[in-house]
Design a protein around this ligand. Structure first.
Ligand code: UT7
Length: 353
């Protein structure tokens, strides 16, 4: 699905304009050395195959909403105005299966009774959330939106699964979007979104939903843990992120050479550089912080934006292309020109215990 969000397809014609960004990760750090003590793996294998050197992981008792509140507060501080009239939370690891976690986050942030809902598109959730925010704004249903991507995938992992333990970390990232004009910096200019339910088994927690409910009192079955067919996901991720990026570039009227910063879902450094090269953008314009945080699912793009903005790697006026692939399968891309922000801090981390 291609869509140009800025050219009046919507009833009010208002564009969603990014005006704040922030990120937060839990304090405890899991290094490659920690993993080599637990699994038959090596720092060399992990760095060569994934680019990851460390991830932040929650301690027992810390939930997705705890990270989301911290990231949301950082984004509101960055925007310099804490008022919002909608909260969207992109997550696949809600605090509980029911209800959604967004109202808990809204309460934690003291946002009063604003509408609040979860968006579940796994690692594409943040890009889907941007599109949802753009729709609310264009329809005149919201004027300031806090969109948070937050996940604690380490709480879903099989402790004995080397493949997923190597890759995933926990975190939250957030942006504030306000109603504005399509031509101004920060406006979400164009989207491409898609899905293929035929690939649902590639990234999944098979049990625990309505298809295979968990029974009270029974032992938790092995298939209540997260599984990923890494090699197949890798192949689909490269293909879909490349195609979706091209569609978003077309919708924005940009050529690959126009892109100053390519901020892809931080799943694997090789995927990021391969997609950037295939697009003709060039790996040198691909931003990566996957080395420090691993794959944080819906949090990964906003965490990367927060870090890149704070480091001055993202500068006002930069043409930015975002793209993601995740479970479902889902994928999505978005083009925007980076705005001047009142304030931008690198992701914060809880102090280590
Ligand atoms: O967030 C949603 C999107 N997710 C992604 O995009 C993740 C996509 N997938 C990946 O990033 C990669 O597939 C992984 C990092 C998960 C795995 O890397 P790979 O290069 O695809 O490895 P592989 O699964 O094809 O395995 C290659 C070899 C195998 O050994 P043999 O059969 O060739 O002897 C594995 O057993 O590497 C072995 N291997 C490992 N060795 C050491 C797999 N994982 C590890 C490990 N340490 N952690």
């Amino acid at each position: 699905m291609k869509a140009n969000a800025g050219n009046g397809a919507a009833s009010t014609g208002a564009a969603a304009v990014l005006c704040g960004v922030g990120g937060h990760v839990p304090g405890p750090v899991l290094t490659n050395a920690d993993l080599t003590a637990r699994f038959d793996t090596s720092d060399e294998w992990i760095v060569t195959r994934t680019g990851i050197r460390a991830r932040h992981v929650v301690e027992p008792g810390t939930a997705t909403s705890d990270l989301a509140v911290r990231a949301g507060a950082a984004a509101l501080a960055s925007a310099g105005d804490a008022s919002v009239d909608l909260l969207l939370l992109a997550t696949t690891t809600p605090d509980r299966p029911c209800p959604g976690t967004a109202p808990t986050v809204a309460r934690g942030l003291g946002l009063g009774g604003v509408p609040a809902l979860d968006v579940n598109a796994v690692c594409s959730g943040f890009v889907y959330g941007l599109a949802a925010a753009a729709g609310f704004v264009a329809a005149g249903l919201a004027r300031r939106v806090l969109l948070i991507g937050a996940d604690t995938f380490t709480t879903l992992l099989d402790p004995g699964d080397r493949d997923t333990a190597t890759v995933f970390g926990d975190g939250a990232g957030a942006v504030v979007l306000r109603a504005g004009r399509a031509g101004e910096p920060g406006a979400l200019l164009a989207f491409d979104l898609g899905s293929d339910g035929g690939l649902a088994d590639l990234i999944t927690v098979p049990a625990g939903g309505s298809r295979a409910p968990l029974t009270a009192g029974a032992p938790v079955p092995d298939d209540a843990r997260f599984t990923m067919s890494g090699r197949a996901v890798y192949r689909h991720a490269v293909q879909r992120m490349t195609e979706s990026s091209r569609a978003a570039l077309d919708a924005a009227g940009w050529k690959p050479g126009d892109v100053d910063r390519f901020v892809g879902h931080q799943a694997n450094l090789r995927i990021l550089t391969t997609v950037a090269d295939e697009l003709g953008i060039g790996a040198d314009r691909a931003y990566a912080n996957v080395d420090r945080v691993g794959n944080t699912a819906a949090a990964s793009i906003p965490l990367a934006l927060a870090d890149a903005a704070a480091a001055g790697t993202l500068r006002p006026g930069d043409r930015v292309l975002l793209t993601a692939f995740g479970g479902g399968a889902t994928w999505g891309s978005c083009a925007l020109v980076w705005p001047e922000l009142p304030h931008a801090e690198p992701m914060t981390a809880c102090p280590a215990p």
